[in-house]
Design a protein around this ligand. Structure first.
Ligand code: BGC
Length: 781
């Protein structure tokens, strides 16, 4: 947990007022910059000390063999691991004859500020060298949202007491040494020297390196250009070798004189393009960035973010920490998805190599809902990426003896990379999660072209999967047996309620979409018989219910299992998966993360109010939240059934997951889904926002601590603002034509001329449910 008090609570920035090397790896994650294509961890400019050096390109990975003690048919043969590509961030400095290294000399002050409105990371350092020379270093870094291949640094050094000779080395470095990763399965496999040299170049102020990965065969290029401003004594020279290209700048500076270097870095990669083509690509991107100039890039960044905040901001009055956290979350989710452009959005974004850089269902179920209502174009891109992986997903389905398509549980490029089938291959729900994201995007944007070109294909292929995976029993009831739901502490169970309800929605949505796009469907060979079979399976879907207890079962027979011995489990034995065998975890009632509770949020129409309250209480007592994906779902349902205080506590956990390093693994990268969950907990939780059958509905209510919550959502090309206080909610159409929404079941038309202010009813009073001993979320003060 990050306990040092150096992160100031500010509404629009994350400020670290002193450097604490103990938490350097965590700070590298929270200060990471990315645009979804290029990602730079918040490593110090001078490269050392570091926790985990990290420069990533979305989609660039290396293959490695997956080890199996016992082989089995259909096991993926190789895994994919994101690699640390060429580091373009490095700017080393020599002050007289001492390297600027914060482990030596005296660090007088060190401040880093991530400005969420400008998208810039600022650093100001005052340092005295062991020989007694004091310098101030100021740097500003950006990864451009507007020029997708570009990152840039403005770097300035100035002596504060006496004249100094400085040598500045601006570098591109490939195959950096990486620290050991230990035995945590959530950490990535560290691949040593994954890049093979192809070309290196240095001329005047320009540098370039070209490499290729050995097994995945991806060509990676990185180039840099510079603008140097200093006194007349300033000289420059360039050199390059297989893994380093370097510009050296020397200067003699008097107090009051500064040496300023602007470094423009461009990245490109390809599996198919030739060496000259990739080389030209990075040179061209660099030329464009140079012509925009440093200030131009800074201005474009601001403009891009002004637009983003105008359509996405969330205002929280009454809890300054949550206010900061939700903007931090929105910013990082935007960074993860903004310019991914037909690539996956990994679970850690491009902030670290945790989970090998894989993307999971996290994208469709957690990240895309936020983006649907704030940056819908990014959602269309993410789903087009899924579509582009259909050939692999179809092949996988055939291998498993199934129809349609089976999307991978974890992947970089669309191939299944999970070596553990009970919580990988068997987690078929990812397919319904993709379908759910399609339906949400189409119904909130009305994007018919997307539905025809992309949506139908995704819905049809997933519907086919469900129809072939499930079966009708002799009573005609439809079952999906032997699957793993979201809760990874149960596996290979029959009729997982979440999976069944999401599959049911998937089957219906596919049948409906086919009726709207008959030609497209016919081209896919869909006929009336097939859609009738989908509707039939949906209508007869099994939803397990324990009549004696009056609760839904997470899967068939679940409530009959022995309950985990929580009393005998010590606090340091969580997460359970690192301390107990799956064999024991699987056969008991203990829930890693919201499963049935998530079903009640995403398929709320399948439960009545009383069932929701009873189910929520039952599963609260079993849920240990060993996944960061859980707290936000519990927040939403706690709010819906009236436990506003508890919902507030869960929101706090989701929101501060990384800022306080609650799971002790922020060093490996940010929990992008949990960050998105901050928004989900506020908007779907306290705003009670749901989207059903094309209509946005709200059932807002605030916890006592909160004086006001306001958020803006994009829906059908409009900007709708919702402002909630303890007694009323006001809906305002900021931009766009009138729209009908639902407030506590009542239709209201909102137009720019007539904001609607409506009363907020008091929540149902129910006794607060209990969690397993020691697993209650921390109480927010
Ligand atoms: C969770 C999964 C999740 C994965 C990546 C696991 O711990 O159980 O649901 O997809 O982490 O975030």
């Amino acid at each position: 947990m990050i306990t040092h008090p150096s992160y100031a609570v500010e509404p629009w920035s994350l400020r670290e007022t002193e450097l604490n090397l103990d938490v350097l790896p965590q700070s590298e994650s929270v200060f990471a910059l990315s645009n979804g294509h290029v990602g730079w961890r918040g490593n110090l400019d001078e490269g050392e000390p570091h926790g985990l050096p990290g420069s990533y390109l979305n989609g660039v990975f290396e293959l490695r063999p997956l080890p199996y003690a016992e082989a089995g048919f259909g096991y993926p043969e190789s895994g994919q691991t994101v690699i640390n590509v060429t580091n373009g961030k490095v700017i080393r400095l020599l002050v007289d004859d001492e390297p600027f290294d914060l482990r030596y000399g005296r660090l007088r002050s060190h401040e880093r500020v991530l400005d969420l409105r400008s998208g810039l990371l600022h650093r100001t350092v005052v340092w005295t060298s062991p020989a007694g020379r004091t310098v101030q270093v100021r740097s500003t870094r950006l990864v451009s949202f507007t020029q997708r291949s570009i990152a840039a640094i403005g770097y300035e050094v100035e002596p504060l007491d006496s004249e100094v000779r400085v040598v500045l080395q601006s570098e591109l470095v490939a195959n950096e040494e990486l620290p050991d990763t230990g035995g945590d399965p959530r950490v990535s496999a560290a691949l040593r020297s994954p890049l093979r040299h192809e070309e290196d170049f240095a001329k005047e102020l320009r540098l370039r390196l070209l490499h290729r990965t050995e097994n995945s065969g991806l060509r990676v290029a990185c180039a840099a250009d510079h603008v140097v401003n200093g006194p007349d004594t300033t000289r420059t020279s360039g050199e390059s070798g297989p893994d380093v290209a370097r510009l050296t700048v020397t200067s003699v500076l008097k107090p009051g004189q500064a040496l300023r270097v602007e470094k423009f870095v461009s990245y490109g990669w390809s599996k198919v393009r030739s060496r000259p083509a990739v080389r030209d690509q990075v040179d061209a991107a660099l030329a464009a960035a140079r012509s925009t100039g440093w200030q131009g890039l800074v201005d474009q960044q601001r403009g891009y973010l002004d637009d983003f905040w105008a359509r996405s901001d969330v205002e929280v009055e009454g809890d300054a920490e949550i206010q900061q956290a939700v903007r931090f979350a929105l910013f990082h989710v935007l960074q993860a998805g903004a310019r991914a452009e037909e690539r996956a959005i990994p679970a850690k974004g491009l902030t670290g190599s945790g989970y090998d850089g894989h993307s999971f269902w996290d994208t469709e179920t957690f990240v895309l809902p936020l983006l649907t209502y704030t940056s819908p174009d990014a959602v269309a891109e993410a789903l087009r990426w899924r579509q582009s992986t259909l050939p692999a997903a179809r092949q996988r389905a055939r291998q498993l003896g199934l129809k349609g398509a089976t999307f991978p549980w974890r992947t970089v490029d669309g191939q299944e990379c999970s070596a553990y089938w009970p919580a990988g291959t068997a987690a078929f729900h990812v397919n319904a999660d993709v379908a759910d994201a399609v339906v949400r995007y189409v119904s909130s944007t009305g994007d018919e072209d997307f539905e025809r070109e992309t949506g139908v294909e995704l819905l049809v292929e997933t519907a086919r999967l469900w129809r072939s995976l499930g079966h009708h029993d002799h009573h005609g009831r439809f079952h999906i047996d032997g699957v793993t739901g979201p809760d990874e502490y149960s596996a290979v169970a029959d009729d997982n309620t979440y999976t069944n309800l999401m599959a049911q929605a998937n089957l219906r949505a596919a049948a409906d979409a086919v009726e709207r796009h008959t030609e497209r469907a016919a081209a896919m060979g869909v006929d009336d018989e097939e859609t009738a079979a989908w509707r039939d399976a949906a209508e007869s879907m099994t939803v397990p219910y324990d009549g004696a207890l009056g609760v839904h079962e997470q899967s068939a027979g679940y409530t009959g299992h022995q309950v985990w011995d929580f009393a005998a489990t010590k606090p340091d034995q969580y997460p359970l998966m690192l301390h107990f065998p799956y064999f024991d975890i699987y056969r008991k009632q203990v829930v890693k993360q919201a499963d049935l509770v998530l079903a009640m949020y995403l398929r709320g129409d399948a439960f009545d109010d009383e069932q929701k309250a009873r189910n929520f209480a039952y599963y609260e007592a079993l849920t240990v939240r060993d996944s960061s994906l859980s707290a936000c779902c519990q927040a939403v349902m706690a709010a819906e059934v009236g436990h506003l205080r508890l919902a507030w506590d869960y929101l706090g956990e989701a929101a501060l997951m990384d800022l306080k390093d609650l799971e002790n693994n922020t060093r490996d990268g940010l929990h992008i889904a949990s960050l998105a969950g901050t928004w989900i907990a506020l908007v779907a939780g306290f705003g009670g926002m749901r989207h059903r059958e094309g209509v946005l509905s709200f059932a807002p209510s605030l916890p006592e601590k909160l004086a006001r919550l306001a958020f803006t959502v994009m829906v059908r090309g409009r900007r709708l603002r919702v402002e909630i206080t303890d007694s009323v909610t006001t809906y305002t159409m900021v931009e766009g034509a009138p729209l009908e929404v639902n407030h506590y079941g009542r239709p209201v038309t909102v137009s720019d001329k007539a904001p609607q202010t409506l009363p907020v009813p008091a929540p149902a009073a129910r006794p607060e449910p209990k969690q397993p001993p020691g697993r209650r979320p921390g109480r927010r003060a």
